[in-house]
Write a protein that binds this ligand. Structure first.
Ligand code: NAI
Ligand code: MG
Length: 356
C-alpha cells in the first residue's frame, strides 16, 4: 500500500467547491487501485479564519504543513479583506517558506472546449509556462514612508539573484529537454529594465550551454502576448519572471478556453519541503456558492500532484478522465456548457471507476 499524506487548504470563495471535488477524484482513485491511499487532512485556514483570529493561518502553520507529502490548495481572496493581506497571509508564505521556486503551469486546449482563437484547436496550443516563484517582482521587498502625506513614497523592488535565476533557468531548460519539441522561450524585458533583466538574459545564455539539444529563443514580454495570440503553435516551454508569468499564464488560460481549466504546481525541485498544487484561478466571488465553478483546473492540478508523487499511472488516468468528460461535452458555463461542478465531478469519478 502506498499512502500519501495530503494537506488540503480549500480556503476562500470557490476554493472549497473545487477542492472537495478534487478530493472525490482522489477517493475514486483509491477505489480504482486498492494499493493507493490518500490520507487527506483539511485545514480551515483562509479569510474566515482571518476574521476570527486576525491571521490567515496559525503561527505554526508551516511547521504543521512540513510533514505532509503535498499540499492541495484552493484559492484565497474575500471581497471584504484586502487582497494583499489574504495573499501574503497564506499562499505566498507557503511558496516562499517552502522554497517552491518553480511554478509550473501547463496549458493545452482540451477536447470539446472551443477556444476563443479561430484556427486554433487541440494540439495547436500545448505549452508549459515555468514561473520563477521565489523572488523577482514579488519578493516583498519595498516599503512606504510618509504615509498619507503629499510626499509619500512607495517602492516595490524586484529582486533577481544569480542563484534564483540560475536555478529557474536550469529547471526550465531541463523541462524543455524532456518534451518532444525541446523548445524553450525565455521571456524578458531587458530593453526597459536594464539591470536585473539583463542579468536574467545573460544567465539564460550561460545555462543554455548546458543544454545544447534545446533550441531556445528570447522574447520581450509585450511582444510575447502578440506571439501567444497570433502564433501559438510556435511556442512550447516558456520561462518568465514571477510577474510576467503571472500575467502570461492568465492569458494562456483564457486562450485555452477559461481560467477554470488552468492548473499549477508550486514545486520545490529539491524535495526538501512539500510542494503545493492549486488551480491558477482565484476565489471567483462572482460565482461562489452557485455550484458552477469549473473543477477541471483542480483535477488537472491533482494530476500534477500525482506526477510529483511518482504516481504516473494514476496521473495519466485522471488526465484521460478529464479529456474524456470534456470531449463528451460535460462542461461548466465558463467553457460554454450547462453542467454543474457536481455533474463534471460525477462524470470524472465514473470514468475512473470504470477502469477498475
Ligand atoms: P478569479 O480567478 O477569481 O476570477 C476571474 C474570472 O474567472 C471570474 O469571472 C471568475 O468567475 C472566473 N473563474 C475563475 N475560476 C473559475 C472556475 N473554476 N470556473 C469558472 N469560472 C472561473 O480572479 P479575480 O476575480 O481577479 O480575483 C478574485 C479573488 O481571488 C481576489 O481576491 C484575488 O486576490 C484572489 N486571487 C487568488 C489567487 C490564488 O489564491 N492563487 C489567484 C488569483 C486571484
Ligand atoms: Mg495570477
Amino acid at each position: 500500500m502506498r499512502t500519501y499524506s495530503i494537506a488540503a487548504i480549500p480556503a476562500d470563495g470557490i476554493g472549497p467547491e473545487v477542492i472537495s471535488a478534487g478530493i472525490e477524484v482522489l477517493r475514486a482513485l483509491e477505489r480504482q487501485n486498492s494499493g493507493l491511499k490518500f490520507a487527506v487532512e483539511t485545514f480551515d485556514w483562509g479569510s474566515d479564519y482571518y476574521k476570527q483570529h486576525g491571521v490567515m493561518m496559525p503561527e505554526q502553520g508551516l511547521q504543521t504543513l512540513k510533514k505532509f507529502d503535498a499540499i492541495y490548495f484552493g484559492a484565497v481572496g474575500a471581497p471584504d479583506v484586502p487582497d494583499h493581506i489574504t495573499l501574503w497571509g497564506l499562499r505566498l508564505p507557503i511558496c516562499q517558506g517552502f522554497d517552491q521556486y518553480a511554478n509550473v503551469r501547463p496549458t493545452k486546449i482540451l477536447p470539446g472546449i472551443t477556444p476563443p482563437l479561430r484556427h486554433c484547436g487541440p494540439g495547436d496550443l500545448d505549452w508549459v509556462i515555468v514561473r520563477e516563484n521565489s523572488e523577482g517582482e514579488y519578493s516583498g521587498n519595498g516599503g512606504r514612508t510618509h504615509k498619507g502625506l503629499p510626499e509619500e513614497v512607495g517602492t516595490e523592488v524586484a529582486i533577481f539573484t544569480r542563484v534564483g535565476v540560475t536555478r529557474i533557468m536550469r529547471y526550465a531548460f531541463k523541462l524543455a529537454q524532456s518534451r518532444p519539441r525541446k523548445l524553450l522561450t525565455v521571456v524578458t524585458k531587458s530593453n526597459a529594465q536594464r539591470h536585473g533583466m539583463v542579468m536574467w538574459d545573460e544567465i539564460a545564455a550561460e545555462v543554455a550551454l548546458e543544454f545544447p539539444d534545446v533550441k531556445w529563443d528570447k522574447m520581450l514580454v509585450d511582444a510575447m502576448t502578440h506571439r501567444m495570440t497570433l502564433h501559438p503553435q510556435s511556442l512550447d516551454t516558456i520561462v518568465a519572471t514571477n510577474l510576467h508569468a503571472d500575467i502570461l499564464s492568465d492569458l494562456a488560460g483564457a486562450l485555452a478556453g477559461s481560467l477554470g481549466v488552468a492548473p499549477t504546481a508550486n514545486i520545490d525541485p529539491e524535495r526538501r519541503f512539500p510542494s503545493m498544487f492549486e488551480p491558477i484561478h482565484g476565489s471567483a466571488f462572482d460565482i461562489t456558492g452557485k455550484g458552477v465553478a469549473n473543477p477541471v483546473a483542480s483535477f488537472w492540478t491533482a494530476v500534477q500532484m500525482l506526477q510529483h508523487l511518482g504516481e504516473h499511472d494514476a496521473a495519466a488516468l485522471v488526465m484521460e478522465a478529464i479529456e474524456n468528460v470534456c470531449a463528451k461535452g460535460i462542461l461548466t458555463p465558463d467553457v460554454g456548457g450547462t453542467a454543474k461542478t457536481a455533474d463534471v465531478t460525477r462524470a470524472v469519478v465514473a470514468f475512473i471507476e470504470s477502469k477498475v
